[in-house]
Design a protein around this ligand. Structure first.
Ligand code: S0N
Length: 271
């Protein structure tokens, strides 16, 4: 339906573009899109590309195959201290990816078909919005499989669904269907599976019509309330960006380059 063109070839993910929208899709359907260190490395690379490329305005995170968004860390490569890649080093590099999704100054929409489980569930949680297909199933498995995510996977989840529900999700390790997820505010919208891409692209296109600086400021404002000094740094960085756009700030660096005293007298002192 959409003419997605490949941005870059990877082993474990697909990365494509259509009219200002980047689609990053985990492509390990035989493992319900579980991630290994290589998968996460590629997701980080694609997310970095999305940040740097101004032609990319909105990002979709999804999974191939229609049966899973992502089933978390690939348990078959879990070793002593993390997930083991070809370099034999144990890693939990998905934590870096979570931070990137939160801090990238563009809207990231998770399009969830099938399972969003374990670390895969946390990935949709950290996205700005989630659209779920009717076949979506959400849940954490940590206490069953010997892991836990006490970062965004616990605290940010609790901000979204409330403390009681977040504790239920982690302590009971049950699965929740799309309607239950909608009821608890874990997802924004539920659509039939065959409409998932269409609905997600439609929301992307709505976001694309908005003021990019406004969206950028809002995303960092939502983060700032929760992310402590790192959140304030992000919001303050955006304030600096806006200030750099003013004649007042330009007078500062122009005066330096012109080897004269700056003259800020003409700039307003707002009440
Ligand atoms: C998703 C489930 C419920 C689907 O069940 P279903 O439909 O019965 O399918 P299966 O037959 O089970 O699966 C189909 C094939 O896919 C393989 N597979 C599925 N999930 C994984 C996986 N996570 N790793 C490896 N393989 C997977 C199956 O093995 C099967 O293949 P075959 O037929 O060849 O056997 C069900 O599959 C399920 O419960 N999956 C496991 C979910 C899970 O426990 N995930 C891991 C949870 N933990 C994390 O994600 C940790 C993330 C992390 O890195 C982290 C981050 C922060 C802090 C700490 C950590 C940390 O790891 O500790």
């Amino acid at each position: 339906m959409y003419n997605w063109t490949t941005i870059k070839e990877y082993e474990d993910i697909k990365f494509s573009f259509y009219e200002g929208i980047a689609k990053i899709s985990i492509n390990r359907p035989e493992k319900h899109n579980a991630f290994r260190p290589q998968t996460v490395k590629e997701l980080i690379d694609a997310m970095h590309y999305c940040r740097e490329e101004s032609a990319i305005e909105v990002i979709i995170l999804t999974g191939e195959g229609g049966k899973a968004f992502c089933s978390g860390g690939d348990q078959s490569v879990r070793g002593h201290g993390g997930y083991i890649g070809e370099d034999h080093v144990p890693r939990l590099n998905v934590l870096d990816l979570q931070k990137m999704i939160r801090s990238i100054p563009k809207v990231v929409i998770a399009a969830v078909a099938g399972y969003a489980i374990g670390g895969g569930h946390v990935l949709h949680v950290v996205c700005d919005m989630t659209i779920a297909a009717e076949n979506a199933k959400f849940g954490q498995t940590g206490p069953k499989v010997g892991s836990f995510d006490g970062g965004f996977g616990a605290s940010y989840l609790a901000r979204i669904v409330g403390q009681k529900k977040a504790r239920e999700i982690w302590f009971l390790c049950e699965q929740y269907d799309a309607q239950e997820a909608l009821q608890m505010g874990l997802v924004n919208k539920v659509v039939p599976l065959e409409k998932l891409e269409e609905a997600t692209v439609a929301w992307c296109q709505k976001v694309q019509q908005m003021s990019p600086l406004s969206i950028r400021m809002l995303k960092s404002s939502f983060n700032a309330e929760l992310d402590g000094q790192a959140g304030i740094q992000e919001l303050a960085g955006n304030a600096t960006l806006l200030y750099y756009l003013t004649d007042e700030a330009k007078e500062g660096f122009n005066s330096f380059l012109e080897k004269r005293k700056p003259d800020f007298s003409k700039f307003p002192k707002f009440p």
